[in-house]
Design a protein around this ligand. Structure first.
Ligand code: GLU
Length: 490
C-alpha cells in the first residue's frame, strides 16, 4: 500500500492564524491515524509578502501546539533546518525544479509565453468589468509560436508563462467534504504559472511539490477550492496521479463571519500569551468543524488521532466559541502537573508586580500551595494574578456582603479568639490551619456560616473563595494578624 503523506504548506507572510493551526492539526491527525507522514513545506514564492522571522514563528507555534510533523523545516539551535528525503522544503530553493516542468508544459503545448504588459492587462480588466464580464485574460499571446517567443525573450523582452486551457472542457474532481465538483474551462482563466522573474506562482509550485513530495491527501482551507480545477488540469498535463482533496470549511466568529484580527486574537502566539494550554487549544480547535462519533468533548491528541476521519468534518463553517475554549482549557489546567502550573504562572505573577523573580525562586512550596488553591477557578493562566491578588498587599474589603459580615455583633469575639490562637503559635502550618476553626467554634460557641463567613471576610475581604485553611497557610501568621488588627482597630 502507498504510504499516506500529508503536508501543511503555509506562506511565511506573518503569524500562524488559528485557522491555519486547525488545518495543520487535521493534516497531522489524518497522517498519524493512518500511520503516515506529515510534511511542513514553506510556500514563499510570493517574495513581496515575505515577512522576516515568519518561518521561525510558524515552526515554533506548531511545536508549541504539539503538531509533531515528520519532515520538512524545523528549528535547531535557533536556525531553520530542513530534514527529509524530498527536499528542499522551502519553495524559493526549488526554482530550477519548477523551471524544468514549466519547460515541459511549454514544449507539450500546455502553456505559452505571454508578453502582455501590466497596462494592457489592467485596461482589459477595466473593459471587461464595464461590460459586466468576468475579468480574464483574452488569450492574445496564445498563438505566438514557442520559437518566436524564445527569440523575443533572448532579445530581452519580459514574459510570463500561462497555462493554455482548452476551451469548453469540464474539469471534474472529488472533494471529501464537498463531494463531486465540475467546473468548465470557459469559466476559468489562463493562469500565470511562472512570473517574469523566474518565480513560479503558487499554482505551479504547489502541483509540482505535492507530486514530487508524494503527497496523497491535500487538506487545506476552502478558500483554495476555486484553484483546485487548475491544479487538476496541471496534473493531467504532466501525466501525474492526482491526490485526494479535502477542503475544510472556515473558522468563523460568533457572527458567522471569517475569524479575523479585527475581532481580537487570531494568532496562535496570542492564545499562548493569554494562557491557553496547547492541549486545551488543540482539543477545542479539533472540534471546530469536526465532531467525534459520540460527541465527546474532552479529547487528548491521542484520542483525536484514534477517532479522526474526514467524513465527520462538517460542510458548514465552524464557529469559534471562546467560552467553550475556556471551558476546555480549564479542564487541562486542572490536570496540569503542579510544577508546570507554577512555572507557567510565575511570569504572570511577576508581570503583575505581585511577586519578584527572587521571591519565586525561594518560595516554590508556597507557590505550589497558591496554585493548588486557585486552580479550580482558572480558565487561562493569565487569570492567575487576578485570582490570587487578594493574598497580596493590604486587605481590601469592597464587596457589600463582606462589609455586612464584618459589621456583625460577633465579629470582635470571633477575631479576638482567632488572634489569641495565632499569637500562641510560631507559624501557621497545615495542622493549625485545618484545626483552628474547630477550636474557635468551641471557644465562642459560634457555628456554621456565622463562623466561617466573617472569618473569611476578615482575612480575604470576600465572602466566597477557595479553601479557607489553604488561605490561612498562604497568608501566614503575621499577615493574618495584620488583617485581623486592621478590622479590630477600625
Ligand atoms: N501556501 C498556501 C497558504 O498559505 C497553501 C495552500 C495549500 O495548502 O495548497 O495557505
Amino acid at each position: 500500500m502507498t504510504e499516506v503523506r500529508l503536508r501543511f504548506a503555509p506562506s511565511p507572510t506573518g503569524y500562524l492564524h488559528i485557522g491555519g493551526l486547525r488545518t495543520a492539526l487535521y493534516n497531522y491527525l489524518f497522517a498519524k491515524a493512518n500511520q503516515g507522514k506529515m510534511v511542513l513545506r514553506i510556500e514563499d514564492t510570493d517574495r513581496t509578502r515575505f515577512v522576516e522571522g515568519a518561518i521561525e514563528g510558524l515552526i515554533q507555534s506548531l511545536k508549541w501546539a504539539g503538531i509533531d510533523y515528520d519532515e520538512g523545516v524545523f528549528m535547531e539551535d535557533g536556525k531553520v533546518v530542513e530534514k527529509g528525503d524530498y527536499g528542499p522544503y522551502i519553495q524559493s530553493e526549488r526554482l530550477d525544479i519548477y523551471q524544468k516542468y514549466v519547460d515541459q508544459l511549454l514544449e507539450d503545448g500546455h502553456a505559452y509565453y505571454c508578453f502582455c504588459s501590466k497596462d494592457r492587462l489592467d485596461h482589459l480588466r477595466e473593459e471587461q468589468k464595464i461590460k459586466g464580464q468576468i475579468p480574464r485574460y483574452d488569450g492574445l499571446c496564445r498563438s505566438i509560436p514557442l520559437e518566436e517567443a524564445r527569440e523575443r525573450i533572448a532579445k530581452g523582452e519580459k514574459a510570463v508563462v500561462r497555462l493554455k486551457l482548452p476551451e469548453n472542457m469540464d474539469i471534474k474532481f472529488h472533494d471529501a467534504v464537498r463531494g463531486d465538483i465540475t467546473i468548465n474551462t470557459n469559466e476559468m482563466d489562463d493562469q500565470v504559472l511562472m512570473k517574469s522573474d523566474g518565480f513560479p506562482t503558487y499554482h505551479m509550485a504547489v502541483v509540482v511539490d505535492d507530486h514530487l513530495m508524494k503527497i496523497t491527501h491535500i487538506v487545506r482551507g476552502e478558500e483554495w477550492l476555486p484553484s483546485t480545477p487548475k491544479h487538476i488540469y496541471l496534473y493531467d498535463c504532466l501525466g501525474w496521479e492526482k491526490p485526494q482533496y479535502v477542503h475544510l470549511p472556515g473558522v468563523l466568529n460568533s457572527d458567522h463571519k471569517k475569524l479575523s484580527k479585527r475581532q481580537g486574537d487570531v494568532s496562535v502566539e496570542d492564545f499562548k500569551n493569554r494562557g491557553y494550554l496547547p492541549e486545551g487549544l488543540i482539543n477545542y480547535l479539533a472540534l471546530v468543524g469536526w465532531s467525534p462519533k459520540d460527541n465527546e468533548e474532552i479529547l487528548s491528541m491521542k484520542d483525536l488521532i484514534d477517532q479522526f476521519s474526514f467524513d465527520r468534518v462538517s460542510k458548514a463553517g465552524g464557529v469559534f466559541d471562546k467560552n467553550k475554549l475556556d471551558w476546555v482549557n480549564a479542564h487541562y489546567i486542572k490536570e496540569l502537573p503542579i510544577d508546570d502550573l507554577v512555572d507557567l504562572s510565575i511570569p504572570e505573577l511577576v508581570k503583575a508586580g505581585l511577586i519578584s523573580q527572587d521571591f519565586a525562586q525561594g518560595h516554590r512550596d508556597w507557590l505550589k500551595l497558591l496554585l493548588e488553591t486557585v486552580r479550580e477557578s482558572l480558565s487561562r493562566i493569565e487569570e492567575v494574578p487576578e485570582k490570587t491578588a487578594f493574598l497580596f498587599g493590604d486587605l481590601e474589603v469592597t464587596e457589600e456582603e463582606a462589609k455586612d459580615q464584618l459589621a456583625s455583633d460577633q465579629i470582635k469575639d470571633l477575631l479576638g479568639a482567632l488572634k489569641e490562637e495565632l499569637e500562641a503559635v510560631d507559624q501557621v502550618d497545615e495542622e493549625f490551619a485545618k484545626t483552628v476553626m474547630k477550636r474557635i467554634q468551641k471557644k465562642t460557641g459560634i457555628k456554621g456560616k456565622g463562623l466561617y463567613m466573617p472569618t473569611r471576610a476578615a482575612i480575604t475581604g470576600n465572602v466566597h473563595g477557595p479553601e479557607l485553611s489553604n488561605i490561612m497557610e498562604l497568608l501566614g501568621k503575621d499577615k493574618m494578624l495584620e488583617r485581623i488588627n486592621q478590622i479590630l482597630n477600625k
